[in-house]
Design a protein around this ligand. Structure first.
Ligand SMILES: Nc1ncnc2c1ncn2[C@@H]1O[C@H](COP(=O)(O)OP(=O)(O)O)[C@@H](O)[C@H]1O
Ligand SMILES: Cc1ncc(COP(=O)(O)OP(=O)(O)O)c(N)n1
Length: 263
């Protein structure tokens, strides 16, 4: 039976991040992708130029339609935009007893544009993050969640331990924002697991976070443990970066389908 994965996230018109990156990732994992769109962004490889939010009611209606018909085996959550949208997502995930939830706490695009309203931060922290089987902050997001600067790997561990005090799932801090390494750290059940990866010198990293979190969701849907799901997802993203796609005038997208052989 084909596995089904739902992404609840924003649309990226340029196709490199958000819903589009998620659907490509899920499809490349040979799974069935479904989406509940929280916001439309007018975006390309150089930045985010406009955001049009969906109403919270409409986000809820999309989630109802999905769960009442094709129940997802895993859920990935990305850009959630506002407090009201977060509340409806939490309400629906609880109502349907959703399992295997990966929360990527998207706050600001790497280009610098905010993707979450300032007032929504406390709702994200107090209501959405605790729903996660695993949460996947990058370094700037982890700094906001833990309240101190992360300058080196020891700080990543301190941050993960602090964030884990209010979250029962795993905390994966992504190290892609460091200059020489791309080592990610999972902190789960009092245990640290490092995913070591040397930095790939590719400036085209638009959508890495979205791609990693949806790849983790696919692996959870397939029944892998959290630890192994992250290991497999890390290997997928490393391949997608190494493939070296070069599109657009800014930080371009990844080659999601680098491992698909049809032709
Ligand atoms: N240049 C790179 N080389 C290898 N891995 C990378 C590189 N940039 C990002 N990654 C990896 O991509 C994933 C997403 O990380 P990151 O870029 O830190 O998140 P975000 O896209 O949310 O800012 C992580 O597994 C990270 O280690
Ligand atoms: C619609 C939308 N959602 C999320 C992001 C952020 O993508 P992410 O993979 O976390 O990182 P960057 O692409 O910003 O490096 C986005 N840009 N758009």
């Amino acid at each position: 039976m084909i596995k089904k994965v739902l992404t609840i996230a924003g649309s990226d018109s340029s196709g490199g991040a958000g819903i589009q990156a998620d659907i490509k990732t899920i499809t490349c994992h040979k799974m069935y992708a479904m989406s509940a769109i929280t916001a439309l962004t007018a975006q390309n490889t150089t930045g985010v130029y406009g955001v049009q939010e969906a109403t919270p009611e409409f986000v809820g209606q999309q989630i109802d339609c999905i769960f009442n018909d094709i129940r997802p085996d895993a859920v990935k959550i990305g850009m959630v935009s506002s407090s009201k949208i977060i509340k409806v997502i939490v309400e629906k995930l609880k109502k349907y007893n959703a399992e295997s939830i990966v929360v990527d706490p998207v706050m600001v695009a790497t280009s610098g544009s905010p993707l979450l309203e300032k007032e929504a931060m406390s709702t994200l922290i107090n209501e959405l993050l605790p729903m996660g089987t695993v949460i996947t902050p990058n370094i700037p997001e982890a700094e906001i969640l833990c309240g101190f600067k992360i300058n080196e790997q020891d700080d990543m561990l301190r941050a993960a331990k602090k964030i884990a005090t209010s979250i029962k799932g795993g905390v994966l801090i992504k190290g892609g924002h460091f200059s020489n390494t791309a080592d990610d750290l999972l902190y789960i059940d009092g245990k640290e697991v490092w995913y070591k990866q040397e930095k790939i010198y590719n400036e085209n990293t638009h959508g890495t976070g979205c791609t990693l979190s949806s790849a983790i969701a696919c692996n959870l849907a397939d029944g892998y443990s959290i630890e192994d799901s992250i290991r497999n997802a890390k290997s997928y993203i490393t391949g997608a970066l190494k493939a070296g796609l070069n599109l657009g005038k800014g930080s371009g997208p990844l080659e999601h389908n680098y491992n698909i052989k049809i032709k």
